[in-house]
Ligand binder design. Structure first.
Ligand code: GAL
Length: 963
C-alpha cells in the first residue's frame, strides 16, 4: 500500500447538464484529470428535475449516477453544488418557472418557498448522499445555496433561519461530508462562528469581470491583494478556499463572443492570477468554468446565448488545443507535486518588494512551510508587459540567507508573467536548496528521482542541489549548455532557456530542463493498482508515468506481470513519445490505444517511440444540396385554425408578486405553466371598424423578438436588440371590418432571469404580453388564449426534459423529433426561405459515417446576413436548430454574436441516420432566408476514448389532441 498523501482539492467546474451525453462525461473528466487536477465541482439545475411541481425526475441524460461513476473512473473527487439556487447563467438561476407563482420570496425562510424546495432538496440530496466518499463514491464536499451574499435594502439578511433550513434540508437527506459556502465576495457570511454556519468558509472571485470587449486590457487594481488577511479575519480556522475563481467569462447576446473572452482570460491570466491565489495559500480551489458546454434546449437564462464555451480551458466541442489548458496543467501539476505547499504560511508584510526582490517594479509573497519556502514573484503593475530583471534574497533557508542567482546574472520576469521559486524543496530524501526555474513535477522510482523544471523564453536560471556535498559533477544525459559548479557544499546549476530539452544526472537525481512549450507536452499519468480501474485518485496512485507526448494522454495501465504498458491518449499528428519516468524496467510490450508500438528502452528505463497518425477521410453532407421538407409553422393565423385546446388566459389576477397585471386577465406565460421557448397568443375580438392601431408591450428577456398578426396579416414585429427584454410597439392596423377577428402574437422567451439579489425576486420577471391597447376599445373587448410547449408543466418528452420544447406550432406537434411525417410537405430549403413575415419549419435527414477511432467535432455554421442582400434595412430572423430532437442552437441573425453551433457526438449519430430541423422565424415583412448554413468539422483527433454511446432520442409519434 502506498502512503496516503494529502493533495490539494484542485478543481474545475463542469456541468454535465450542459453536455447531455453521459458517454462523454468521462472524456471531460479525463481531460481535467490529465491536466493534474484532483477535483471537479458541479451544479445541479433544479429546473431540469422538477418541471412539474411535485414530480422529481432524474432519468436518462438527467441521471447522476453515470456522472459519479465517470468521476470515479477518472480518479476525480467531487464538490456537489445543488443549490437549490445556483445562478450559473441558467434559466431562473436554477429555479423552475413555476416558482414565479410563489407568494413568498425565493431564497428566504418563507414557508411556501421552503415547502416548494423540499422535494427537490430531499431527492437530489439522497442521490448525492449515496455517492459520498463515506459510501465509496467520489463526493467529498458539498455546498448548500450559492452566493447567499446580497439582498435588497431593508431585507433581513443574511437570515440565519433560512440558511440553516437549507443546511438542514440536505443534512436530513443524508449529506455527511463537509459543507462549504460560496460567498460572492470575502464578506465572511455564514463562516464558522456565524449563526447558521458551514464547515468551511469559501468565496469566489472574478477579478477581470465579464466584459470581453477589450481582451488585451487588464484594468488597474483588479488583482486581489488582501484575500489572505481577510481570510484570517473571517475564517482563520478553516482552509483558505476559493470555491469559484475566474476561468473565463460569460457573454451576453450581442456580446463580443467567446474568442474574446478566451483572449481576456488566457494563459497569461492563469500565470498571473492563479499564482496570485496560490500566494494566499489556497488549498481548496475551483476554477469556473473549466468546461463550459452548451445552453441547449432553453436551459440558459436570457442573458446568454446557446454557447456557454466561457473561454474555458476546455472548448465547448471538448478540444484541448487552447494554450490555457497547457498552462493550467503546468500549474496544477506543480501544486499537486508539492504537498508542503498545503501547510506553508503566506507571510503578510506591508511591502514585500523590500524583503525578497531587489527591483521596485516587482513584488513577491513568501510562503513558509516547515522547511520548504515558496516565493511567488510578480510585477507590481500586474498588467505590465515589461521584462524586469531582479535578484532574490530569502532569509532563513537551511543555508541561512541566500541571494540568488549566485552567478551574478540577473533573473528576468517577462511581461504578464509570475513565477514560483522554491527554497528547500524536498523530494523525499533529496533537497533542492533553491530553484529559480519552476517545477513541473517530480517522482521517485526505486530510489531514483526524476525532476522536470521549465522556464520561459530568454530567461536565465539557477538551481542549487544538495547532493554529495557538491563534490560530484553531473553527467549530461541530453543536450548541453547547463553549467555546473560545486559551491559551499551544493551543486549549482545555471542555464539559459533553450528550446532543446536537456537533462543531467546527479547521483540518484535526474533533472530535465525544458522550455515552457516543451513542458506543455509533458503529462503526469497516475497508474492504478488495479488495472481494471482507469485512473486512481492522485493520493492513491500506484506510481506515475512522466511522459513527453503530444495532444493528450488520458490514462495508462501496467499488466500484472509488469512487462506490458498500455497507454491511452489522443493525437492530432504523428507524435514522438518519450516516457522519462515510470516505465517498467524490462518493458516487453508497449501499446497506444491498444496498438502495439515498436519502441526503444535505454538503461535508465527511458522509452522512446512514435505514435502514428493517419488523417481520416471525412465526408459531410452539403446541407444546401440535401432535400429539405418545409411546412408552415404559423397556421394559427389561418381562419380555419382552431384554438379550442388552448389555455384560456382567464386568470383575473396574478400570483406574480413582482409585477401586478395591467390587463383584465393575466397573460404571463408562467401563470399557465409555460416556462420555456416561444409563447403564442390568440386574442379574439369583435371588430367595429374604427380600430386603427394596436399597442403591445411584450417581455421575453434580452434579445427576444415578437411578431403580431391581425387575422392572416402581419401587422408588425419587435425585432429585438441585445439589451431589450421588454418591447413596446404600436402597430398600424389594416382596415378592420366589423365582425370577428383574431390577433395572433408570438413572443420568444429567452429564458427566465436569475435571482441573485435576495428580496428582488428577479426570477419572477414575467414573460409574454404585459400590456396591450386596441385603440378605441376597452381592454376587456379582447379575449385571450395562449399556449407554450405542448403539455406545459406536464411535458411529455421525458428523454429531453422539461425545457427542450417551446410553443411554436411545429414544436407542439413534435416535428423537431426524428422521423416527422414529411410525406405531404413541400420541398423547400432554409436558404429558399419565405417571402413574408411568419414562421417556417424545415426538416432534413442524412446519414453520417464518421471514421472510427477519431474525435471529430461537428458544428453548424450560419453566415450572418446583417448587410442586407435583399430589400430592406435589417435582416431580422431567428432560427431554432434541432438535431435528433434536441434543440442545440438559437441563432438570431440581427443580434448575434454566435454563428457556430457545435453539437456533440451522441446527440449526433456518427454512424447512421440523423434528423435536423429548423424553425425560421421571419420578423420583417419581406420574410427571410438563410444566407448559408454549413456542417463543418473541427480537427480530427485520433482517440483511444472509444465509441460514444448514443443518447436515447425517441422519435416522432402523433401526439394526442395536439393543436
Ligand atoms: C458566480 C456564480 C455562478 C456564475 C458566475 C458567473 O458569481 O456563483 O453561478 O453565475 O458567477 O459565471
Amino acid at each position: 500500500m502506498a502512503d496516503f498523501v494529502i493533495r490539494m482539492f484542485y478543481s474545475g467546474e463542469f456541468h454535465p447538464f450542459r453536455l447531455p451525453v453521459p458517454g462523454l462525461w468521462l472524456d471531460v473528466f479525463q481531460k481535467i484529470r490529465s491536466a493534474g487536477y484532483t477535483g471537479v465541482s458541479f451544479y445541479v439545475d433544479w429546473a431540469l428535475h422538477e418541471g412539474q411541481p411535485g414530480k422529481f425526475e432524474a432519468d436518462g441524460v438527467f441521471a447522476w449516477e453515470p456522472f459519479f461513476d465517470a468521476a470515479r473512473k477518472a480518479g476525480i473527487y467531487l464538490l456537489a453544488r445543488p443549490g437549490p439556487y445556483i445562478n450559473a447563467e441558467v434559466s431562473g438561476g436554477g429555479y423552475p418557472g413555476w416558482l414565479q407563482r410563489l407568494k413568498g420570496h425565493p431564497r428566504t425562510a418563507d414557508e411556501d418557498y421552503i415547502a416548494a424546495s423540499d422535494l427537490y432538496a430531499k431527492s437530489i440530496g439522497a442521490i448525492i448522499a449515496k455517492a459520498q466518499i463515506t459510501n465509496g463514491g467520489p463526493i467529498i464536499l458539498f455546498q448548500p445555496e450559492n452566493e447567499y451574499s446580497g439582498a435588497v435594502k431593508g431585507f433581513p439578511f443574511p437570515d440565519p433561519k433560512y440558511f440553516q433550513q437549507v443546511i438542514d434540508q440536505f443534512r436530513r437527506a443524508g449529506i455527511v461530508v463537509p459543507f462549504v459556502s460560496n460567498d460572492a465576495s470575502n464578506g465572511g457570511r455564514n463562516a464558522p462562528g456565524q449563526p447558521a454556519a458551514v464547515d468551511i468558509y469559501g468565496h469566489d472571485g472574478y477579478p477581470l469581470g465579464f466584459d470581453c470587449a477589450q481582451p488585451n486590457v487588464w484594468p488597474p487594481n483588479k488583482l486581489p491583494t488582501d484575500w489572505r488577511s481577510k481570510h484570517l479575519q473571517q475564517s482563520p480556522t478553516t482552509p483558505f478556499s476559493i470555491i469559484e475563481f475566474q476561468g473565463g467569462a460569460f457573454d451576453p447576446w450581442g456580446g463580443p463572443g467567446f474568442d474574446k473572452c478566451l483572449s481576456l482570460v488566457n494563459h497569461e491570466f492563469e500565470r498571473v492570477f492563479y499564482k496570485n491565489i496560490f500566494s494566499f495559500g489556497v488549498t481548496i480551489f475551483n476554477i469556473y468554468m473549466t468546461y463550459g458546454g452548451t445552453n441547449w434546449g432553453n436551459l440558459g437564462h436570457a442573458g446568454g446565448y446557446t454557447s456557454y464555451d466561457y473561454g474555458a480551458m476546455i472548448a465547448e466541442d471538448r478540444n484541448v488545443f487552447r494554450e490555457k489548458y497547457s498552462e493550467a496543467k503546468l500549474e496544477a501539476n506543480f501544486i499537486v507535486a508539492s504537498p508542503s505547499y498545503l501547510t506553508a504560511e503566506p507571510q503578510i508584510v506591508n511591502d514585500s518588494s523590500i524583503y525578497y526582490v531587489n527591483n521596485k517594479k516587482l513584488t513577491s509573497t513568501l510562503l513558509k512551510g516547515n522547511k520548504t519556502q515558496y516565493l511567488i514573484v510578480r510585477h507590481k503593475d500586474y498588467s505590465s508587459s515589461d521584462s524586469n530583471s531582479f535578484l532574490v534574497t530569502v532569509p532563513n533557508t537551511s543555508a541561512g540567507e541566500v541571494t540568488i542567482p549566485q552567478g551574478g546574472v540577473y533573473l528576468v520576469l517577462n511581461g504578464r508573467d509570475s513565477k514560483t521559486l522554491v527554497f528547500d524543496y524536498e523530494m523525499n530524501k533529496i533537497l533542492i536548496l533553491y530553484s529559480t526555474a519552476e517545477v513541473f513535477t517530480w517522482k521517485e522510482y526505486n530510489g531514483k528521482t526524476i525532476l522536470v523544471v521549465y522556464s520561459g523564453p530568454n530567461e536565465q536560471h539557477e538551481m542549487a542541489v544538495a547532493l554529495s556535498n557538491g563534490s560530484e559533477l553531473p553527467k549530461a544525459l541530453l543536450g548541453s549548455g547547463i553549467s555546473a559548479a560545486g559551491v559551499d557544499g551544493y551543486t549549482i546549476l545555471s542555464w539559459k532557456t533553450s528550446n532543446e530539452d536537456r537533462a543531467l544526472q546527479l547521483g540518484p537525481l535526474t533533472i530535465y530542463f525544458v522550455d515552457r512549450n516543451s513542458a506543455y507536452k509533458h503529462w503526469v499519468i497516475d497508474i492504478p493498482r488495479d488495472p481494471k480501474q482507469l485512473a486512481p485518485y492522485t493520493n492513491e496512485a500506484e506510481r506515475s508515468l512522466i511522459i513527453k507526448g503530444g495532444y493528450l494522454i488520458r490514462s495508462a495501465t501496467i499488466s500484472q506481470n509488469g512487462d506490458t504498458l498500455n497507454i491511452v491518449g489522443d493525437t492530432d499528428s504523428t507524435t514522438p513519445l518519450k516516457i522519462i519516468g515510470g516505465a517498467p524496467p524490462k518493458l516487453k510490450t508497449l501499446t497506444f490505444n491498444g496498438q502495439p508500438l515498436k519502441f526503444a528502452q535505454d538503461s535508465n528505463t527511458i522509452v522512446t517511440t512514435t505514435v502514428p497518425y493517419t488523417a481520416p477521410k471525412i465526408s459531410l453532407p452539403d446541407l444546401n444540396a440535401l432535400t429539405w421538407y418545409y411546412t408552415d409553422s404559423l397556421p394559427e393565423i389561418q381562419s380555419k385554425y382552431s384554438d379550442a385546446q388552448w389555455s384560456k388566459a382567464d386568470y383575473p389576477k396574478t400570483d406574480n408578486t413582482l409585477r401586478n397585471i395591467t390587463t383584465p386577465t393575466s397573460l404571463y406565460g408562467s401563470e399557465y405553466g409555460f416556462h420555456a421557448g416561444a409563447l403564442v397568443y390568440r386574442g379574439h375580438f369583435q371588430g367595429i371598424g374604427n380600430e386603427s392601431t394596436l399597442y403591445l408591450q411584450a417581455a421575453g428577456g434580452s434579445a427576444f423578438g415578437m411578431s403580431a398578426f391581425l387575422d392572416d396579416q402581419h401587422i408588425g414585429s419587435f425585432v429585438g436588440y441585445d439589451s431589450a427584454s421588454i418591447g413596446n410597439s404600436t402597430f398600424d392596423l389594416p382596415k378592420v371590418t366589423p365582425g370577428l377577428h383574431v390577433l395572433t402574437v408570438v413572443v420568444d422567451n429567452m429564458g427566465l432571469q436569475e435571482n441573485w439579489i435576495v428580496g428582488e425576486d428577479e426570477m419572477k420577471t414575467p414573460r409574454g404580453i404585459l400590456d396591450y391597447k386596441l385603440d378605441q376599445r376597452p381592454k376587456e373587448d379582447i379575449t385571450w388564449k395562449l399556449t407554450g410547449n405542448y403539455g406545459g408543466e406536464a411535458h411529455i418528452d421525458k428523454a429531453r426534459g422539461p425545457l427542450n420544447e417551446g410553443g411554436l406550432w411545429a414544436e407542439r406537434q413534435g416535428y423537431h423529433l426524428p422521423s416527422p411525417p414529411i410525406e405531404d410537405w413541400k420541398k423547400s430549403k432554409p436558404t429558399d426561405g419565405i417571402a413574408k413575415a411568419g414562421i417556417a419549419w424545415y426538416v432534413t435527414s442524412f446519414d453520417l459515417n464518421m471514421p472510427n477511432g477519431f474525435d471529430i467535432p461537428l458544428s453548424f455554421r450560419f453566415t450572418n446576413s446583417s448587410t442586407p442582400y435583399e430589400a430592406g434595412p435589417a435582416h431580422a430572423y431567428r432560427v431554432n436548430l434541432y438535431v435528433n430532437g434536441w434543440q442545440f442552437g438559437k441563432y438570431v441573425n440581427n443580434i448575434g454574436p454566435q454563428t457556430k453551433f457545435p453539437v456533440p457526438e451522441g446527440i449526433w449519430n456518427y454512424h447512421g441516420k440523423n434528423w435536423v430541423a429548423m424553425s425560421l422565424w421571419a420578423l420583417d415583412p419581406w420574410g427571410a432566408r438563410l444566407k448559408d448554413v454549413k456542417l463543418v468539422a473541427g480537427p480530427a483527433v485520433q482517440t483511444g476514448y472509444g465509441r460514444v454511446q448514443m443518447v436515447d432520442s425517441p422519435k416522432f409519434s402523433q401526439r394526442p389532441s395536439v393543436y
